[in-house]
Design a binder for this molecule. Structure first.
Ligand SMILES: Nc1nc2c(ncn2[C@@H]2O[C@H](COP(=O)(O)OP(=O)(O)OP(=O)(O)O)[C@@H](O)[C@H]2O)c(=O)[nH]1
Ligand SMILES: [Mg+2]
Length: 345
């Protein structure tokens, strides 16, 4: 899943991209959007790896796309920039927490840009459907257009009230009908405030949390500079700054979860691995991420939840203690499950 780093210009997106991916922004690629693939650190996988000492440990990775920022006043180029965000499956919205502006206001204005852009797409499509209705003769096609039209009117109703398209609470099949429009306000999002040193340890403002309850903050630029120091120097600076932990790992995990992604683990002496899947996936769908043959030939999944595995440390011990389960293809995978897929090939 591609996650777009979005925001107004100069909010610190490329700095955040550099911090999270380790890739320095390449100016020649900034217009097209630079992509990086950071892995998602997971202490659970590290623990499993100490148990099995496998030849290989493979963390989940995600795809981050650094997009050029929207200009708040010179908006000529904004449509193209918004289009880049559309292509992403989710958004990390970076607010400028180092230049002294009002973050809540910045978020409100950014959301407004997204709402207007979505409304424009929805209205254009509604106009088109209206024209089409006059020409289309086939009853079946007319019916499909009417369904789509009613759906889009519902979405437009939300957008006009200043609510996101997500507030229309679309059912999965409805969501599918309008998926191709890639509405920005339908995407999962994480609000990230890129703060300056003087905000370390202070909570986010209440009015911002009211708008975005899962918003988080970190001093991206400072943390990147700290990462380049020797361990001793880093500790010294961190103490001086009253910075308890570096938050890159937590930020990556937060993004991952905000995008409705979870992992399941496979373990063994060859490889311990985290497999990213959308939340709500079935065991059979999860198996398909490993190999299509495992999905096709799926018979059962041997499953132990992470806390149980942590306690008993092997499938065998889990079995002895009654926390080992055999699940069918419709089982909904839980974050951290240790799974072994049994398939007929
Ligand atoms: N003091 C301070 N400056 C920062 C911080 N983050 C970014 N900057 C500075 O702000 C300027 C813009 O940062 P970028 O990361 O390039 O911002 P951007 O959002 O990618 O900008 P566009 O791509 O042009 O929209 C640069 O000069 C950065 O050095 C920060 O946390 N603290
Ligand atoms: Mg940038």
């Amino acid at each position: 899943m591609k996650i777009g780093i979005a925001g107004f210009s100069s909010s610190g997106k490329s700095t955040v991209f550099h911090w999270l991916t380790g890739d320095a922004p390449d100016p020649s690629r900034s217009q097209a959007g630079q992509i990086g693939n950071p892995l998602v650190p997971d202490p659970r996988l590290d623990f499993l790896s100490t148990l099995f000492s496998p030849k290989k440990t493979t963390h989940a990775r995600m795809e981050l796309l650094d997009t050029p920022g929207l200009h708040p006043t010179e908006r000529r180029d904004n449509p193209r920039r918004l289009a880049m965000m559309r292509d992403a499956g989710g958004l990390m919205i970076v607010l400028n927490g180092f230049a002294g502006g009002n973050w809540t206001d910045e978020l409100r204005r950014f959301r407004e840009e997204m709402l207007f852009a979505d409304l424009e797409i929805v209205m254009n499509r509604l106009d088109k459907l209206k024209d089409q209705a006059k020409k289309t003769k086939a009853a079946k096609l007319r019916e499909l257009d009417e369904i789509e039209s009613a759906l889009l009117q519902r979405v437009a109703g939300c957008l006009e009230k200043g609510e996101s398209a997500a507030a229309a609470h679309l059912k999965p099949d409805e969501e599918k009908t309008i998926r191709s429009f890639q509405l920005l306000t339908l995407k999962p999002e994480l609000i990230f405030v890129n703060i300056a040193e003087d905000r370390i340890g202070k909570p986010l403002p209440e009015d911002l949390l009211k708008l975005a309850p899962t918003a988080m903050q970190a001093p991206a630029k400072l943390e990147m500079e700290l990462a380049e120091l020797s361990d001793a120097d880093r500790e010294m600076f961190m103490q001086e700054l009253n910075l308890k932990d570096l938050s890159k790992g937590e930020t990556l995990r937060n993004i991952f979860h905000a995008m409705n992604q979870i992992v399941f683990f496979t373990v063994g002496e060859d490889e311990c691995r985290a497999w990213p899947i959308p939340k709500g996936s079935t065991a059979q769908q999860g198996a398909g991420h490993i190999h299509t043959d495992l999905e096709r030939g799926f018979v059962r999944a041997e499953v132990v939840s992470y806390p149980d595995f942590q306690k008993h440390r092997s499938m065998k011990e889990a079995k002895l203690h009654g926390v080992y389960r055999l699940e069918s293809k419709t089982y909904i995978v839980q974050d951290g499950d240790i799974m072994h897929i049994l398939a007929s090939t």
